[in-house]
Design a protein around this ligand. Structure first.
Ligand code: BMA
Length: 364
């Protein structure tokens, strides 16, 4: 599997350089870094909102804060290589995102993390442009239609795209980032989800976003990630694929769920199988389409299984050429809502062991 990917990688690098040695753009450099993880059988570790807050702390005076605290670093001594940030709220011109993070802090953290040698990925949970509800408001199946050309909310939505693009532009042309809008789109929990729009509408939404950012705004420092919720059969994964021109990275979001009082081993085994199945399909698709791949979101809320990292997550991903794996956020205001250990957490030792594995890459 890895050998197959390596050939794909080399073919892609050769195509993009045309055997000459043009100046590498920041986006090319980021792509090559992500390729090089896969090529050397390494997987970068990522954590959502890592520098903004942790299980029991939160950056307050962000303008003067060096942003050196991280739950991941508290436990392992190293930052995650990838940090995830969410743009939800930017569309309304809010000063903070949907989880209370000032966009000024986000910009500072992104630039600080890139300066330290890290990688940044953005998700976006925008509000519902038709109903005024949040991203999870699925009361209407007309929302996507309403924001596409000819729709009643199109002009307003263009302003939303403009504000999101303004933020990414404000990072500067040297800050290449990953952007994965309209994620988890096969499930039906966001207004852009599977039962809430047709495949054609979804594809238009994604392409429209790409075209606006890339062609109208000239933002060429973005690697675009398509990240449906998994596990899925390959044909379902591809059923709303925007097309090779619009996507650089194939991702998927898969969480482990344990029913209250449920059996941890059973849940862990199920998660292992789901990740293995999905990544097997994704590896074949990424080879066929010459794309990078990642596990764009994962985790077990509250990590009740103290060997989750080394006994379930690592075995499930280690044989696949994913460039990175990202676990979700450690909320500071919801005690049980965390996906990475923090200092003092009883399951921290296993995460520490995970961080020491040769093939898992953190940021020193
Ligand atoms: C969800 C939860 C929410 C949060 C949202 C966007 O998975 O963590 O609390 O608001 O992501 O970050």
């Amino acid at each position: 599997m890895k050998r197959i990917l390596l050939l794909a990688v080399l073919a892609l690098v050769a195509c993009s350089t045309g055997n000459k040695k043009p100046m590498e753009t920041p986006k090319d450099q980021l792509a090559h870094r992500l390729f090089s993880f896969a090529e050397s059988e390494e997987i970068a570790y990522g954590h959502q909102d890592d520098l903004f807050y942790g299980h029991s702390w939160c950056v307050t005076d962000w303008e003067n804060d060096p942003l050196e605290r991280s739950d991941v670093k508290d436990v392992t001594g190293k930052y995650p290589m990838v940090i995830g940030c969410d743009l939800g709220g930017i569309e309304l011109g809010d000063s903070c995102n949907l989880d209370g993070i000032p966009f000024g802090l986000m910009r500072k953290a992104v630039l600080t993390h890139i300066e330290r040698g890290g990688i940044v990925t953005f998700s976006w949970h925008p509000r519902n442009p038709l109903t005024g509800g949040d991203a999870w408001d699925i009361s209407s199946d007309q929302v996507v239609k309403s924001i596409l050309p000819g729709g009643e909310k199109q002009a307003e939505f263009m302003l939303w795209l403009q504000r999101a693009a303004d933020f990414i532009e404000s990072l500067g042309p040297d800050a290449a980032v990953i952007f994965r809008p309209w994620h988890e789109n096969i499930g039906s929990w966001f207004w852009w989800g599977g039962r809430l729009c047709t495949a054609q509408e979804y594809i238009e939404l994604y392409r429209h976003t790409w075209l606006y950012f890339t062609k109208e705004r000239g933002l060429t420092n973005i690697l675009w990630c398509y990240s449906p919720n998994g596990p899925l059969k390959p044909e379902d994964y591809m059923s709303r694929y925007p097309g090779d021109e619009f996507v650089d990275i194939l991702g998927t979001d898969i969480y482990e769920f344990v029913a209250p009082g449920g059996d941890l081993e059973e849940a862990g085994d199920r998660f292992y199988e789901q990740v293995e199945d999905m990544l097997t399909s994704l590896a074949a698709i990424s080879y066929e389409h010459s794309k990078l791949m990642c596990l764009s979101e994962t985790g077990l809320e509250g990590i009740p299984d103290t060997t989750w990292w080394t006994e379930y997550l690592y075995p499930a991903i280690e044989k696949f050429p994913i460039s990175y794996v990202l676990t979700w956020r450690n909320a500071h205001d919801k005690p049980g809502h965390f996906y990475a250990p923090w200092e003092g957490f009883e399951g921290a030792a296993d995460f520490k062991a995970f961080s020491k594995l040769d093939s898992i890459v953190f940021l020193n």
